[in-house]
Every structure is written in structure tokens, then in C-alpha cells.
Design a protein around this ligand. Structure first.
Ligand SMILES: Nc1ncnc2c1ncn2[C@@H]1O[C@H](COP(=O)(O)OP(=O)(O)O)[C@@H](O)[C@H]1O
Ligand SMILES: [Mg+2]
Length: 249
């Protein structure tokens, strides 16, 4: 079997001595959509940040695209992080720039491509997320769902083999949210990109998740791992059952 895209071994994070999670161990395989789920405040965003070194690990090791992030020097670390696209939960677009200019930003920052090439790539990425006609619009002129699509286009600007999306459907209505799920599936199929998606929307998890882990605040770590559809049928854990079957715990 090929090397996993992410290998997380016994990860732990603590802030000011307070453990957020510990013993978090999982693998993400090439080309899959891997979902991190769990209630508000259980550490989902913190786990994403810890995976890419933005939050220090108090224990464990994270291997990304075959490399141990913690063991790399600055240059190698930057090169590795360039291959990981991220759309943060709060990752807004720059309001004074068009969608195309927003998508061009990572290209300006990380490549020496001439402007015409950057523009062409930005248009292509916007086309992939269904915003080919909206390239010259400003963020204030588009809907919330379109803004999320543009955010995904920006995260894909450098053609990352690995893409993190932190709660992409938060705040969207169910139909827009379902459209976003479909888009994520299409991108995964067409490009072979590996996705790590944070969400606590049950419909999304069942629609896009090949595998998932569930974090829990009380347990300070993982309480489930596997195919979400199987977890729904088979999990004996009261919190996991409650979530997947919408029952009271
Ligand atoms: N930089 C930080 N310093 C201190 N506490 C933090 C920091 N970042 C997050 N936390 C705390 O860690 C917990 C998990 O936060 P977060 O990862 O944002 O949860 P989620 O994304 O699952 O809603 C919360 O209690 C939050 O207040
Ligand atoms: Mg979060």
C-alpha cells in the first residue's frame, strides 16, 4: 500500500496546561475525503493547525506527504506547506480585491509566474468551482456559498495534493451546502486531491466522507474512527450513536 498522505501518531495538544486532546492517531490515504467531526470546541480546528505546525504538539508526531514536519528546517518546511492548501473556518476573502485577484494571491506569493499566467490559472481555478463568470466580482457582491467556492479556488491555486477545509458549509443553507459537497466530491474525483474536511453537519459527512474520526471534548480525544455509514449502523458509543442517529445521548 502507498505511504499515507497523513500519518498522525498519538498527537496531543494542551493550552496553558489544559489538554485539548491526546492520543489522536489516524491515517489519511491518498485520494480520500477524510472528515474530522465533533461538537463545538472539541479541538477540530486545533487539530488541523497542529498537523501543519501552527500549534505546537505536546506529544506525538505528524507525518505529512511522507515527511515529519517537526524534523524539517525552515526551507523544507515552507516547501512542504506550499503543497498543502487550507481554507480556514474564518478564512474570508479580501474585500477590496476581485475573486480572481484573491485566487492569484498565493501564486504571487509563492511563484515567479508572470501576471498573464497567474491570471489564466486563477480563471481556471474559478472555473473549476463554477465561478468562471464571477472572476471580476468583489466578495461583497456574491453569496455566502459563492464565497466558499472562491475560498476553495484560492486554496487550490498552487495545485496542492492535500487540501484542508475547516467547516466549509458552516452558515450555509442546506441546498447550498449540498452543492458544496457535490463540488468537493467532483474535485476529489477529477484531480485526485486528498481532502481533510472539518464539519459537524451529518448530511455532509454521509455525503462526502470516505472515512472519519470523531473528537470529543469530555473524552479529550477520539471516540470513533471509520466509515461514517458503518459508524451510524454499528457504533456502540453513546455519543457517536447520538450524533449519527440524532438520538439523545
Ligand atoms: N490559541 C489558543 N489558546 C488557548 N486556547 C485555545 C487556542 N485555540 C483554541 N483554544 C481552545 O481549544 C479548544 C478547542 O478549540 P477549537 O480547536 O477551535 O475547537 P473546534 O474547532 O472543534 O470548535 C477550545 O476550548 C478553545 O477555546
Ligand atoms: Mg473550529
Amino acid at each position: 500500500m502507498s505511504e499515507p498522505v497523513i500519518r498522525a501518531e498519538n498527537l496531543a495538544v494542551a493550552f496553558d496546561g489544559r489538554t485539548i486532546f491526546k492520543d489522536v492517531t489516524f491515517e489519511v490515504r491518498r485520494g480520500e475525503i477524510f472528515v474530522i467531526l465533533g461538537g463545538s470546541g472539541c479541538g477540530k480546528s486545533t487539530l488541523l493547525k497542529a498537523l501543519i505546525g501552527l500549534v505546537p504538539l505536546s506529544a506525538g508526531h505528524a507525518f505529512l506527504l511522507g515527511e515529519d514536519l517537526g524534523a524539517l528546517d525552515d526551507t523544507a518546511r515552507r516547501a512542504l506547506l506550499r503543497r498543502i492548501g487550507v481554507m480556514w473556518q474564518s478564512g474570508a476573502l479580501f474585500g477590496s480585491m476581485t475573486l480572481a485577484e484573491n485566487v492569484e494571491l498565493p501564486l504571487e506569493e509563492h511563484t515567479d509566474l508572470p501576471r498573464t499566467a497567474r491570471e489564466a490559472l486563477a480563471r481556471a481555478k474559478l472555473g473549476m468551482v463554477g465561478l468562471g463568470d464571477a472572476a471580476l466580482r468583489l466578495p461583497a457582491e456574491i453569496s455566502g456559498g459563492m464565497a466558499k467556492r472562491a475560498g476553495i479556488a484560492r486554496a487550490m491555486a498552487l495545485d496542492p495534493p492535500l487540501l484542508f477545509l475547516d467547516e466549509p458549509s458552516a452558515g450555509l443553507d442546506p441546498i447550498t451546502s449540498a452543492g458544496l459537497d457535490k463540488l468537493i466530491r467532483e474535485i476529489a474525483q477529477e484531480t485526485g486531491t486528498t481532502f481533510v474536511v472539518v464539519t459537524h453537519e451529518l448530511q455532509s459527512i454521509l455525503a462526502i466522507g470516505d472515512r472519519c474520526i470523531m473528537l470529543d471534548k469530555t473524552a479529550q480525544g477520539m471516540i470513533a474512527e471509520g466509515d461514517p455509514k458503518r459508524l451510524r449502523e454499528e457504533s456502540e458509543h453513546p455519543t457517536v450513536r447520538a450524533f449519527f442517529r440524532r438520538e439523545a445521548a
